[in-house]
Design a protein around this ligand. Structure first.
Ligand SMILES: Cc1cn([C@H]2C[C@H](O)[C@@H](COP(=O)(O)OP(=O)(O)OP(=O)(O)O)O2)c(=O)[nH]c1=O
Length: 194
């Protein structure tokens, strides 16, 4: 790819997923506050946050394609971000146990110079198996929940919490690769041909 790619994210998962499809991105995480506005549909909020992350990176990047993303879990109890502490993590997993939830990732791509930008989102449905209190405590004790939306990581031991999914697996991990490739089409880029 001619243009350098900058990832406006501190998520090690996103770095790895980009590598998987041939993008060796520079990492420029943004320290923005991740407030989701209540008066917008969640699909809008995650796109806005993703764009905010790319704009923050654009202040220090003069040349290239900047990619940002934001992932949330939406259960029947509302939007779940990352757990604050152990009891919050347990509470989240109890809320997800035995039920279906949605994982939504907003993506933004911003080009520098010029600031042309587009946003999009992807949604995956995830069904959790019914979890006992013991299982929830054991999983939280693994430490895995803490930097992850909804308090689990499907790519780790969290795989054992999941009964089935419908949609893009990579979206659950934090970066929907198919959607990203489709959006890169706006720059005539197809990652399959890189
Ligand atoms: C549901 C789920 C989420 N996650 C992660 C993906 C995201 O990294 C994280 C959600 O937080 P985000 O705020 O989307 O991302 P981040 O804080 O890790 O990184 P940055 O803001 O710098 O871009 O949860 C998993 O790794 N596995 C999962 O199964």
């Amino acid at each position: 790819m001619k243009l350098p790619v900058i990832l406006a994210s501190a998520s090690p998962r996103r770095v790895e997923l980009l590598k998987q499809v041939g993008i060796d991105a520079e990492i420029r995480p943004s320290a923005i506050k991740e407030d989701l506005s209540d008066d917008l549909p969640v699909t809008e909020s995650v796109q806005r946050l993703a764009l905010k992350k790319t704009r923050a990176a654009a202040n220090i990047v003069s040349d290239g394609l900047i990619i940002g993303a934001d992932t949330v879990v939406v259960s029947d109890q509302g939007i779940l971000g990352k757990p604050r502490d152990i009891s919050h993590a347990r509470e989240m997993l109890r809320a997800l146990s035995g039920k279906i939830h949605r994982v939504i990732t907003g993506i933004a791509i911003l080009e520098q110079p010029g600031g042309k930008s587009i946003t999009g989102f992807e949604e995956t449905k995830v069904v959790f198996k019914a979890l006992s209190d013991d299982e929830i405590i054991a999983y939280v004790n693994s430490g895995e929940p803490f930097d992850k939306a909804g308090g689990y990581g499907i790519q780790g031991k969290g795989a054992l919490l999941v009964d089935r999914i419908e949609g893009d697996y990579f979206n659950v991990v934090g970066l929907p690769l198919q959607k990203l490739n489709q959006m890169l089409g706006s720059w005539n880029i197809n990652l399959l041909r890189l």
